[in-house]
Ligand binder design. Structure first.
Ligand code: BTN
Length: 253
């Protein structure tokens, strides 16, 4: 069960992930799980050292958890990453009409009608601690995108709930819904991982497509067969079946 024990709310903060890591460094850290949320971030971070658009209206939150308290081990991290993406996807899908197509871009980017709406940044500041950051474009209008993001979003279009629904969504409700769904999926990691993987596979954009994946040590090309029990992508390549793992950013506290 993911019962939140500490909550911090900011009008503005550099990054909720960074604030959580700061809290974990304190001589008396907060009781975990700890949730940090903010109306806006001044230095929001995405995966791959990218800047995350974090203006007012977005859902911006980080959860600090201890692996053992969730009955998880480090071998479960890739599945946790997928579980968080799926929880975010379902939270969004639940608010949208059926004609809007929600999908997961492995490992955990959420797309609606081909445009990115949310993402997850999973960091591991100590072997036992995880900081799971999630950003969803909710009530932030695309007309207010700062100029430094325009080039990036032209290449990779994004969307937000308000652009689709034409009405604002209550962010505290979304946060509660996400946490509840995440709690169920964390449970599934140890009780029924096959079902979790199957649910991810069903909405995964890459499955059944030819992919080119850029890794630190080179490029792999192949046909995506699906996702294995560890949460890795299975690719059929000229050299046989290869698996691609998700990267979890490991940071010193
Ligand atoms: C991605 O798709 O690249 C992941 C984006 C994660 C953004 C969230 S917003 C809340 C938390 N704080 C951050 O600085 N980043 C994450």
């Amino acid at each position: 069960m993911l019962t939140i024990r500490t909550i911090e709310y900011f009008d503005s903060v550099s990054s909720t992930n960074d604030r959580l890591k700061e809290l974990l460094r304190q001589s008396v850290p907060p009781q975990l799980p700890c949730l940090v949320t903010a109306r806006q971030q001044t230095a929001g971070r995405g995966r791959g050292n990218k800047v995350w658009w974090s203006s007012e209206g977005a859902l911006l939150l980080s959860l600090g958890v201890e692996l053992s308290a969730l009955s998880l081990e480090r071998t479960h991290l890739s599945l946790l990453s997928l579980a968080a993406g799926l929880a975010a996807l379902e939270t969004i899908r639940h608010r949208l009409p059926e004609e809007n197509h929600t999908a997961l871009h492995w490992p955990n980017d959420v797309y609606v009608d081909g445009k990115k709406i949310g993402g997850i940044l999973l960091e591991s500041p100590t072997p036992q601690h995880l900081v799971l950051g999630i950003g969803i474009n909710v009530n932030n209008r695309l007309t207010n995108i700062p100029t430094e993001f325009l080039d990036e979003f032209e290449k990779k279009p994004i969307t937000s709930l308000i652009e689709i629904l034409e009405k604002p969504t209550d962010i505290p409700f979304l946060i509660a819904d996400f946490c509840e769904r995440l709690s169920g999926k964390i449970n599934q990691i140890t009780t029924n991982p096959a079902e979790l993987v199957q649910n991810v596979e069903r909405c995964c954009l890459q499955v059944g497509k030819n992919l080119t994946i850029h890794q630190d040590h080179g490029v792999i090309q192949g046909y995506c067969l699906g996702i294995d029990q560890n949460g890795s992508l299975r690719l059929k390549t000229p050299n046989g079946t290869e698996t691609i793992q998700t990267g979890i950013a490991v940071w010193g506290l």
